[in-house]
Structure formats: C-alpha cells, structure tokens
Design a protein around this ligand. Structure first.
Ligand SMILES: [Fe+2]
Length: 421
C-alpha cells in the first residue's frame, strides 16, 4: 500500500521534477565557476541627461574630421531631429551628409548603402541617431569602412579585425542600449537570418544619452523596447557569464524599469519616468554585452528574421515563458530579480519569489498590452509549425542559449514557442 502511494503518478512526476531542477542548478553553478576573468568595455565618453544631444558638434570636433555621416531613419528626418543634429554639427564646422534609408531591423543592404555614401563624401565619422536600428547600422557602417566585404564574414564573436571611423550614438528610444554596446544585429538577406556581430571594434566612441529625445516615443514602442531593456538586464544577471562588473548595472536597470516603465507607457510626458527608462536602457546596455544575453534573445532572432517582428516586441512576447522555463537553473538569481522588481519582499523564500516573478512578468505584458506570439507572427499555427524546428535550431546555433541558466534542447525550444503562442 505504501509503495503504491509513493509511486502515484503525481508524486513520481514531482520527484523527477525536483531531481531535474537540482541537476540543472548544479550544472549552472558548475558552468559559472568555469569563468575566471572577464572583459568589460564601454564607450570612452558617455554624456547623460537632458540636453546631452546638444553636445554633438563639440564632441564631433574632437576627432578633427571635416565630414560626417548621419545614419538615421525616415521618421527622424521628417520629424526635423536629424536636421537639428546636422545643424549643431555644421555650427561646429563639420559638414554632414544624412543617410535616412535605415529600415526597422536593418540588413546588409542598408549597411552597403550607407557605406557607399560615407566613401563618396569622405566622411571620417559616423553618427547613429534613432532607435537600435539606425545605431546598429551606423556601427556596422563604421566597421565596414575598415574591413573588406561581405559583412557576413564577421558574424559571431570577436571577428572584426580593424576599427573603422569613430562612432557617436544618440538614442531616441529607451530600450536597445545600442548606444553603448559592442554588438550589432544585421539581417543577412542571402540566408534570411539575423547575424549577431560582437566585437570591441563596434563600440561607439561617444554616447549622448538625452532623455528629452524619448518624450515623443509612442506608447506601444515605449512598451516593447522597455520590456527589451528588462530582458537585457535580467539575462545579463542570470547568464553564466554574469560577473561582479555587470551585476550592479543589471540590478540598477531592473530597479529603474520597475519604477518607471508603466508610468512612461501611460504618461508619455512624464519626464521623470522617461529619464528613468533612459537610465535603465543605458545601464542594461552596459551590462549585457559584458555578460551576455541568453535564451530569450536566441529565440527572438528567428522570429524577427522569418516574420519581420521588431526585436523588442519578439523579446517581450517570449519573456514570461522563457523565464518560467529557466528559473530552475538559477533560482537564487531569479528570486533577486523578483525582489528588485518589487514582486516579492526581501523575506520571501526563493520559490515564492520566483512564482511571483512569473506572475508579475505575465501581468506586466498584459498591462503594457504586449500581444501573444501568434498575434505578432500573423500566421496560423500550422504554418508556424512548418518552420518551428528550423527556428529552434537557428536559435541554438546563435550561441545565446548556451549562456542560459538552463540549456534547452531543440524540442524544448519548440515547446516554448508554443507556450508563448
Ligand atoms: Fe535586445
């Protein structure tokens, strides 16, 4: 009778689950202990605060160049902001050529177009103005000014041999952190995949982080890139590559998100909330390239490549499901995230804090009106399933899932896509 009770299916599943969790946690601890020294890179100059973008002319002049390329998108040009930045440059004696052809989630063709303009006008400096797309494109154009094409040969880690022309970044959304990262994501139009290129030669020289430029960011975009910021900070903190240099930035970013994201979404003119989210994005942008991103970003890139879903949105739709899956690898770290978000008290045990974290992230998505995966892909599930295994394999091939607290198998990634559907 006793044996029958012990072997009841529910208890057996629970026992197996506990064993798997313990194994995943031990594995995470062992993987983290293998890292002994870490590299930490940030731009040489970061100017933060209202009016920081007015410094662009003075800062550009420090490089002693006569011509600069301003890389941006059509909206920034039509809104007049690109012209304002160009005027500031001209007043400082630097001629500016504007390339405003960057599309959302830029590809290798955008980089080539910008590079051609840079060469034709002998530009000795590149400025990235806008969200992550123009800034990534500007950084890639700089790299390609000193390295032979095609850009696909530099995909991966530390493969860009030469530093290109200096880079100034000016973000207009609070999200990607691209203003301070040594990483770009560029679409490869030949293979229909998103390439991640990480190298110190992509690091901006100067970041001008001016929250007043984010005041007009629409609510939906504020929500998407705001959750992307939170994903950056949380992934940097739970990654096997997390380290004492990145942890303080990651936790501070999480705190800023918890205090400001919903307010920035609901009250676009709230300067304090906008400034808080700008700091959150900046600090997460410092943390994650010096630690790493993990499974959310790994799974997000194939969605962007196949269904052209903006990066922040594809991360946001995956975040709660991937967090729930990954907690068992790093329960203490996720519990700290939960407490930092204000979802659990300092006294709450880790398992309770982690239950509250999953519930809190689901609610955050609902409050920000983040849709489900099925809504953003705009196909039916049968069509999605035709590609889903390849998406899982592409995700694993990106390398990001290797840093996750739990390293998934391809079928588990498929299951997570279905859970987020
Ligand atoms: Fe991201």
């Amino acid at each position: 009778m006793t044996i029958l009770t012990f072997c009841s299916p529910v208890k057996l599943v629970t026992a197996v689950d506990i064993l798997i969790s313990a194994y995943q946690h031990l594995r995470y601890v062992a993987r983290r202990s293998q890292t002994t020294a870490t590299q930490f890179n940030i731009p040489a100059t970061i100017i933060v605060g209202g009016g920081a973008s007015d410094e662009v002319g003075v800062q550009a002049k420090r490089f002693g160049v006569k011509n600069a390329l301003l890389v941006t998108d059509a909206y920034m040009e039509s809104s007049g902001l690109a012209g304002k930045i160009a005027d500031s440059m001209r007043k400082a004696g630097v001629t500016v050529t504007i390339y405003s052809g960057v599309q959302p989630d830029p590809n290798d063709r955008n980089v080539l177009e910008g590079l051609e303009i840079l060469k034709k006008n002998s530009c000795g400096l590149v400025i990235g103005l806008g969200g992550g797309s123009p800034m990534d494109c500007a950084k890639a154009i700089s790299a390609m000014s000193a390295n032979p094409a095609p850009i696909s040969r530099y995909a991966g880690l530390h493969k860009v041999p030469n530093k290109g022309v200096p880079i100034i970044t000016i973000p207009t959304t609070a999200g990607t952190g691209a203003e301070v990262t040594k990483v770009v994501v560029i679409g490869d139009t030949q293979r229909d995949v998103k390439m991640m290129i990480l190298d110190t030669n992509l690091m901006p020289d100067i970041a001008l982080v001016d929250y007043t430029l984010t005041m007009t960011c629409p609510p939906a975009l504020t929500a998407n890139v705001g959750v992307d910021t939170l994903v950056h900070a949380v992934e940097a903190y739970v990654s096997v590559k997390a380290n004492p240099m990145t942890d303080p930035y990651a936790l501070s970013s999480i705190r800023h998100v918890s205090r400001n994201l919903l307010t920035a979404y609901k009250e676009p003119n709230n300067e304090q909330a906008r400034e808080g989210m700008t700091l959150a994005a900046l600090q997460a942008g410092i943390a994650f390239p010096n630690s790493s991103v993990c499974l959310v970003h790994g799974m997000s890139r194939p969605i962007g490549a196949l269904y052209h879903v903006p990066h922040g949105l594809s991360n946001a739709v995956l975040f709660p499901a991937v967090t729930e899956f990954s907690i068992r690898g790093a329960p203490e770290r996720y519990a700290t995230v939960s407490r930092t978000m204000g979802y659990a008290t300092d006294a709450a045990p880790d398992d309770i804090a982690n239950q509250k974290l999953v519930a809190g992230l689901k609610k955050l998505n609902r409050d920000l009106r983040i849709p489900r995966l099925g809504d953003v892909c705009k196909v039916d599930m049968a069509t999605f399933d035709e590609n889903v295994l390849k998406m899982a394999e592409d995700s694993l091939a990106s390398g990001s899932p290797d840093n996750n607290p739990v390293i998934p198998m391809a079928q588990q990634i498929v299951d997570l896509y279905h859970k987020a559907w």
